[in-house]
Design a protein around this ligand. Structure first.
Ligand SMILES: [Zn+2]
Length: 124
């Protein structure tokens, strides 16, 4: 994981948790941070997790800076953005852009507040 991605993870943690890590599996806030990466160990259910678990960013190979950009583009285009347009602006291939677009649309139903806050981040 790159340092750059860490910065985005930190922003996501702030938006989602307000700085207090919360286990996505058992809702406990009794977690210990690992030294490397932005991962946590839950002291209640003994799983490890990061802030992306349970969000549209979970298990994706696309870096968070690209996700943040994609979210901003999708949410700011009133008429909707095409897969081709998203692919060229974010710098991913069309298959990746299509799956990102699908996840973002799902996220707009279930995680809208988080996406709106991400869309407001202008530049980093
Ligand atoms: Zn837990």
């Amino acid at each position: 994981m790159t340092l750059r991605n860490d910065k985005y993870l930190a922003i996501l943690e702030q938006i989602r948790w307000g700085g207090q890590p919360k286990c996505p599996y058992c809702e406990s806030d009794n977690a210990t941070a690992y030294k490397s990466e932005k991962r946590y160990h839950c002291n209640s259910c003994y799983t490890s997790f990061s802030v992306t678990v349970g969000t549209i960013f979970h298990k994706t190979h696309v870096s968070l800076d690209k996700w943040f950009l994609a979210i901003r583009l999708v949410m700011s285009s009133s008429g909707g953005i095409s897969v081709r347009q998203l692919a060229s602006e974010v710098g991913v291939n069309k298959n990746t852009a299509a799956s990102m677009l699908k996840r973002i649309r799902e996220g707009m139903k279930e995680e809208r507040e988080m996406l709106e806050r991400i869309a407001q981040i202008k530049s980093l």
